[in-house]
Design a protein around this ligand. Sequence first.
Ligand code: URA
Length: 237
Amino acid sequence: MKVRLQKYIADCGITSRRKAEELIVQGKIQINGETTCTLGTKVDPCRDEIRYKGEIIKPEKHQIYLMLYKPEKYVTTVKDQFQRPTVLDLLSEVKERVYPIGRLDYHTSGLLLLTNDGDIAYRIMHPKYEIVKTYIATVKGIPTRDQLEHMRKGIAIEEYITAPASVKMLRKTKNQSVLEIQIHEGRNRQVRKMCQAIGHPVIRLERTKVGKLTLGTLKKGEYRHLTSNEVEYLKKL
Ligand code: URA
């Protein structure tokens, strides 16, 4: 899509649109090697090469960081082969092309971060950075102390043993228990598999925290921009 040259220059973070008009009129901008002094000229950001002071200029990418309270029955992939709703359907007002940091299962609800900042996304997802994710799992039955200890120490699921985790019993009723589970690995369906491995399958699963970020007052299906402190926190991790 073509945009006006003065907007393009402003999007590059060079100066305001008004000042950009002055630069154009003063003959300081070249499009594909040709100086243009005409206001209103349109350029194609993907094809045209715009220069200012001899340097090619490109729009600054506006980086955004969102937190979504993912409801159950949404996929966190950008497209789904079964046409199920995706979390991006909940962000239709967001113009930037964001993608989820990590994933939550279709049936898991809770805190999901989304961004267009690839560097942060990489760091949060990489097990090396050991970001703790906190889950509240409602499981079938009442796990014994030994079973919980087994989960804490590391448990064999499929072909690997999980890293040490923090597991707390929060509540129990006659036939269900609510556990708080903190892990930093984030393998596919890890919490569900850990609970299954001790014989207490998950009935409901929600992620409540990523590092120290919490859902706060967000309601299911709502999203918000991270505060600058939250973004700083993620960048420092
Ligand atoms: N572990 C799971 O089993 N499911 C999730 O969605 C996240 C972690």
